[in-house]
Ligand binder design. Structure first.
Ligand SMILES: C[S@@+](CC[C@H](N)C(=O)[O-])C[C@H]1O[C@@H](n2cnc3c(N)ncnc32)[C@H](O)[C@@H]1O
Length: 387
């Protein structure tokens, strides 16, 4: 085990002891991912790409960032005057920022002249990489410590694969009602147990979406995602929020046969369900409940425009034209075109194209149609429910 791994385990064990023998899983996950200097996201280890633990759409092909940029450009038409700000939360290696800035510079110089790009991230190591990649953009790009540092934003809040890694509670439905998963420690090993919910917000969460879990069902509740949505809504004065992540509307997420939840860890491109090994060296994630996210947004003035899957979002933004163009350049046979196959992977109905969803919300910008939302894979009542 690494020194950082030992330090992290000792730090978690110490907090468990001080708490009287157990801490909520949510706190365990928070420490494993974010403990200063030694957590998965706050430590120096490489995380994203071939040498890391997982790939994201940004690693697959730059068309993803370019098409997102065209969506941002279309959104900017609703705010034609004054500074236009893009806030990217969880920017990884900085590729999306790079693709958006480069595309806007080439396609819409007038927008580029009033564009400010702000990144919010927790990883010092990734921030250093972002700064290196984006150095050419000088004062046009800034880094903010957290969302609390932003207010009165006119523009777009963007994220890709951020919300799934926010620390969540784990719950189990028992014959005695809803119980929460706690983490204890014995002889140097972390162990799980169940106890009463640490907050009434857990039962309230299921009441709000009108779902009663069947007995024996274990799943996750991401209250941090709702806090995050409230912070985004508070910081955005006028504009849009684009949230891309894997997930479902609540009724699909918590359907009766998904009895083990969606929690997974990733280490060197292998998935596991065990969060108590490789502590600080593996990512931990759960799918996103887009209904609860959208409903939290509604309460802070963010109107849900729609939820679609990544394939439909990218088709709406013109990916098929980009695919035709690379295929023509590469001789017309998909087997000879790595680029074509990479673009097709972004649309794969058995993978990224269907698993990833795109939620778009707006505030104070009218109702002009958006190309990315031209083909919503879900009706708005699937997302928000019918009250
Ligand atoms: C899975 S990576 C995705 C990176 C990038 N968006 C992409 O698609 O390649 C998650 C990113 O979010 C950042 N992150 C994780 N938790 C965060 C938090 N609570 N606040 C801000 N950034 C966070 C990580 O440092 C990392 O840059």
């Amino acid at each position: 085990m690494t020194d950082a791994g030992n330090t992290l385990r000792a730090l978690i064990a110490d907090e468990i002891a001080r708490a009287g023998g157990a801490i909520p899983f949510r706190r365990y996950m928070e420490l494993a991912l974010y403990a200063p200097g030694v957590g998965y996201y706050t430590g120096p280890r490489g995380k994203i790409g071939r040498d890391g633990d997982f790939f994201t759409s940004l690693d697959v092909h730059p068309v993803f960032g370019r098409l997102l940029a065209t969506q941002v450009i279309e959104m900017s038409r609703a705010l034609p005057d004054g500074p236009f700000t893009v806030v990217e939360m969880g920017a990884g290696k900085g590729h999306l920022a790079h693709d958006v800035l480069r595309t806007v510079e080439a396609a819409d110089p007038a927008l580029f002249a009033r564009l400010r790009y702000v990144i919010v991230d927790v990883s010092e190591d990734l921030i250093a990489r972002q700064k290196k990649l984006l150095a050419a953009y000088g004062a046009r790009i800034e880094w903010a410590a957290d969302l609390g540092a932003l207010s009165g934003v006119r523009g777009v809040f963007l994220s890709n694969e951020l919300v799934d890694s926010l620390p969540h509670h784990q719950v189990v439905m028992t014959g005695d009602g809803l119980r929460e998963v706690y983490v204890g420690e014995k002889d140097g090993r972390f162990r799980e147990g169940w106890g009463p919910p640490s907050t009434p917000a857990l039962a309230a969460y299921f009441d709000a979406i009108g779902i009663t879990l069947p007995k024996g069902y274990r799943t996750e509740v991401n209250l941090a995602a709702l806090d995050w949505m409230r912070a985004v809504g508070g910081a955005l004065e006028r504009g849009f929020v684009i949230t891309i992540d894997y997930g479902y509307p609540a009724d699909v997420y918590y359907q009766a046969d998904r009895r083990r939840g969606t929690f997974l860890c990733f280490h060197e491109h292998k998935a596991s369900e065990n969060p108590y090994v490789r502590v600080g060296r593996q990512d931990m994630t759960a799918h996103v409940d887009f209904s609860s996210l959208a409903r939290a947004g509604t309460r802070v003035g963010l109107e849900a425009v729609g939820l679609t899957d990544q394939a439909h979002f990218l088709v709406g933004l013109g990916i098929t034209h980009a695919m035709e163009a690379v295929l023509a350049c590469d001789g017309g046979d998909p087997r000879d075109s790595d680029e074509f196959r990479a673009m097709r992977r972004l649309m794969d109905p058995h993978g990224m194209g269907k698993a990833f969803k795109v939620l778009v919300q707006r505030k104070g910008v009218g109702h002009a149609p958006l190309a990315g939302m031209a083909m919503p894979a879900f009706h708005i009542t699937d997302l928000l429910g019918v009250d």
